[in-house]
Design a binder for this molecule. Structure first.
Ligand SMILES: Cc1ncc(COP(=O)(O)O)c(C=O)c1O
Length: 385
């Protein structure tokens, strides 16, 4: 891993506020925004170079980088996670949300049950609604140390209701859990036993931080026959606006991918595809610096919370730049996000948006500078004093 010479740079607030992206446009100018999963760090130079080169060459037509996408992701997955996959099995899609919705449409008919694990990324609820399937919730459980985990008994009960699909979030947003190989082996065994197809959302996989180990679902025995994975460079290299993600499947599940709309290939952002190839091919040294920066920031966040908000509890996330803050013991009610927005002028994601177990929680995005992070937590602390 590259040594951390300095944390990744972040522009001044005045410059950040000129961005047109959701994080910086959703709230008025006096609010410090730490909600939606975008990062404040300057773009990785290899990606900026790839995009500049495309602009210089007027390379702005429809994207046709299928082979480069498959090859670059296969090489990255082999090097990073020892995941040997066939580059030809990688199919680009507009983004993970579009991929998940189209996979649900391939796997289910309206009215079929789909299992998810709240608290979980809010759009999982929306994808189920959009495909007119039926939600079955198998909530995570908190173990004795407070760590949120898959509840495999609850999951099995949900699978007994004969769902057509299960959307797994690994690593899990918002709790930051990296499910371990034993848990995932059980998930695969349950999927075989109850004939449930798994859509494994692995968008946060490149953001597994020091101390945790990521297991790609499709590397586990038997997973190829029941699961399809969704991956992307968009979270780890901050490319969400460029629109490109990848579906990975083995021959046994290829018919599900083949049933997605054939016109999908025309709906990929070419800048997204170019940036994705650059990220997977040459973006690892920058990614290592990002991990070290996020590792530092999560430690800074823990110490800021103990100083300014001692009643708020946080399990340091094993992955992502999203911290799941349990505010239940400081008396700010089911929706602490409102109090922090109104009194501290700090924007966070509301816990209940992630499902009922999110009541009394907020999600804080710490992919920012030490300065912005400390100002946000100081303001939050002052607001409840
Ligand atoms: C678990 C998870 N899946 C999907 C997405 C959205 O991905 P995309 O922008 O590629 O649709 C996010 C965004 O934060 C996410 O956290």
């Amino acid at each position: 891993m590259t040594a951390l010479t300095a944390p990744l740079p972040v522009d001044d607030l005045a410059v950040l506020r000129r961005r047109g992206s959701a994080k910086w446009r959703m709230y008025p100018g006096d609010v410090l925004p730490l909600p939606v999963a975008e990062m404040d760090f300057a773009l990785a130079p290899v990606i900026a170079d790839a995009l500049h080169a495309a602009v210089d060459a007027s390379d702005t037509g429809y994207s046709m980088l299928g082979d480069e996408l498959g090859n670059s992701f296969a090489a990255f997955a082999a090097g990073r996670w020892s995941w040997q996959l066939d580059a030809g099995s990688v199919v680009p899609v507009t983004d993970v949300g579009v991929g998940a919705v189209e996979l649900l449409r391939s796997l289910c008919t309206p009215g079929d049950a789909v299992v998810i694990n709240p608290p979980v990324y809010a759009p999982f609820f929306h994808w189920v609604a959009e495909t007119r399937t039926r939600l079955v919730e198998a909530p995570l459980r908190q173990d004795s140390s407070g760590c949120w985990r898959l509840d495999l008994d609850v999951l099995e009960n949900a699978f007994r209701q004969h769902p057509a699909a299960y959307i797994l979030c690994n690593p899990h947003n918002p709790v930051g859990r990296v499910h371990d190989a034993d848990e995932l082996r059980t998930v695969v065994a349950l999927a075989h036993e109850h004939e449930v197809a798994i859509i494994s959302d692995e968008i946060h996989a490149p953001l597994v931080l020091p101390g945790a180990t990521f297991t790609p679902l499709l590397t586990l025995p038997g997973a190829n026959e029941v699961a399809v994975s969704l991956v992307s460079a968009s979270k780890a290299w901050n490319l969400a606006g460029l629109k490109c993600a990848l579906v990975v499947s083995a021959p046994a599940m290829r018919s599900v991918v083949d049933a997605m709309p054939p016109d999908g290939r025309w709906r990929i952002g070419h800048f997204g595809a170019l940036a994705t190839v650059a990220a997977f091919r040459s973006g690892e040294p920058w990614l290592d610096l990002l991990h070290q920066t996020l590792d530092l920031r999560r430690r800074e966040l823990a110490s800021l919370l103990s100083e300014h908000l001692p009643q708020v509890r946080m399990q340091p996330p094993e992955a992502t730049y999203l911290a799941w803050l349990d505010c239940r013991s400081h008396g700010s009610g089911d929706e602490p996000r409102d109090l922090f927005l109104q009194r501290a002028r700090v924007a966070l994601e509301p816990g209940p948006a992630f499902g009922t177990p999110g009541s009394g929680h907020v999600r804080l995005n710490f992919a920012t500078s030490a300065h912005i992070l400390s100002e946000a937590v100081e303001r939050m602390g002052a607001a409840v004093r």
